[in-house]
Design a protein around this ligand. Structure first.
Ligand SMILES: [Fe+2]
Ligand SMILES: [Fe+2]
Length: 136
């Protein structure tokens, strides 16, 4: 499987500095996670990247949700539901990885996480960015 994961590009920019920075970091980490699985690196290394990614995603979603609350974003509920959906995928990824190690299933889930995240940025986060730019 040599399909590439989505990497950072200008069309993903929301023009909210912290949001763009974190999205960039998250995509980079998803790419290194995928690379680690591909190269069959030690399970420990993959687990460390998964743990970091898991923490960073929660932190990032939390920050977006605080901004949405503070500025009373009208689509807060729908946007937060999308975050919950992603967290569910992340949990699936963690348990697949824990039970099967560096398998095709883990790679497939890695693509799934990456694709979902890139789509979320292009649609929901960009919309939020546009809203926040009018408020801050
Ligand atoms: Fe985001
Ligand atoms: Fe978001």
């Amino acid at each position: 499987m040599d399909k590439a994961l989505t990497k950072w590009s200008d069309d993903l920019r929301t023009e909210i500095i912290w949001q763009d920075y974190q999205h960039q970091e998250l995509l980079q980490n998803m790419n290194s996670l995928h690379q680690s699985i591909l190269e069959k690196r030690s399970g420990e290394q993959v687990s460390k990247t998964v743990a970091f990614l898991d923490f960073y995603v929660k932190d990032h979603f939390g920050l977006e949700e605080r901004y949405m609350e503070t500025f009373q974003y009208p689509e807060l509920e729908a946007h937060s539901r999308e975050h919950v959906m992603f967290a569910g995928k992340m949990e699936r990824f963690k348990s697949t990885h824990a039970s099967q190690g560096g398998t095709m299933a883990a790679m497939k889930l890695c693509f799934d996480l990456n694709e979902w995240f890139a789509n979320h940025i292009k649609t929901s986060d960009k919309k939020l960015g546009l809203f926040l730019r009018q408020k801050i």
